[in-house]
Design a protein around this ligand. Sequence first.
Ligand code: HEM
Length: 390
Amino acid sequence: MDSREVRTGRWWIDRKRADDGADGLWRVHDKLYDLSAWLHQHPGGKQWIALTKGLDITEAYESSHLNPDVDLILKKFYVRDAKTPRNSPYTMEPGGFFRTLKSRVYEEMKTMQTGTKMRYLMCEITTGSLSGDLEYLVKWLCMLLFMGKYGQIRHSKIRDWRITHSLSHHIYTNTYHDLEMMMMEPFLQWLPKEDKSWIARNLSWLYTPVVYLCVYHGQAIIRILRHGVEWPDAIGLATPTVMYLFSGATLLQCLGMWSFIMLFSSVMFATLGFNAAHHHPDIFHEGDKPRKDTDWGLNQLDAVSERIEVKKTFPWSHLSFGDHALHHIFPTIDHDDLAELYPVFERTCAEFKVALSHMTTWQLISGQFKQLMRNKGNATAPEVRLAVST
Ligand code: HEM
């Protein structure tokens, strides 16, 4: 990857298309499928299928669906075997960690009452049955989260977010293929590269707040410069327009307040996103010695740490990217349900002798800055560093 290139979701996907050996079809493991005629029928929406034409979708496909019957649908679209080996370093072998956990989670979820907590909380909020202070706090946090998510999605657009977050960051966490991390270069460089500049190593803690402030606007400017103005960009103007039409404030005041909201949610989103789970010298980053086992699920665990304070808590885990390891491995499971899956998750980790890393919020925040300074890879592989004694 050329560090001078301007990285956007669509740029990433074009590069990946050239590497994946899918011959303009959809690749799952070592087989090619033609989903063109089926994309409108995909229950998860046609965009996922349309976006990934010409790509290896193995990890996205396997982690998005728990039900093994989905494979029966896929089979109908088989065209031929792929001619080249997969470009991804990861595997998902039967009997391996990921597949074992996936089938157990699927069975477990059959017996669970899923997706109820958030609905219950919303009922409590709308009927006003929470105690005064708690209701105020929860509403405030929900509004912040909404502003953050809405603002981020608006600036990056859903399509680009699906690429940078779901197809890139979720699958290739903390590697060169993790666009969410690589898009912040050269300002923030988490990979332990020997050629990291002195400024990036030693001064990034100082200019980090400025980078956080610029994330939304920077992404929007880069995307518009690279791909031009597109009609969904108009959605972004809905907020100041509504403010102007209904608040009685002047246009300048509305634009000022809108800019403040965007800058505020940019800082909030970046602070949470970059400090919540992935960056600490003890967490795997490309450049460190990887574990021998190439199982995708295990490698996901190496790139994540749980935040002790919010683990299994509701709604704090929702609001601050908690229960992150399970969320990474099974991104389509409602965040509501993750807490209940820990017994099966922890049992499977113990069986595979893999330790789930746990850190406090402060350890992760300070570790994130230490990671920015790190320019040497860990020589000890995660299975040795995080070994579980039996
Ligand atoms: C890039 C690859 C894909 C992604 C990211 C993806 C994503 C999704 C998402 C987000 C859902 C909704 C899940 C929910 O609401 O709980 C879904 C459902 C579904 N998808 Fe996909 N999908 C992909 C490829 C495929 C393929 C290739 C097939 C089969 C040919 C397929 C078949 C289904 C089916 C049957 C469902 C509904 C049942 C279920 O969720 O288990 N998907 N998908």
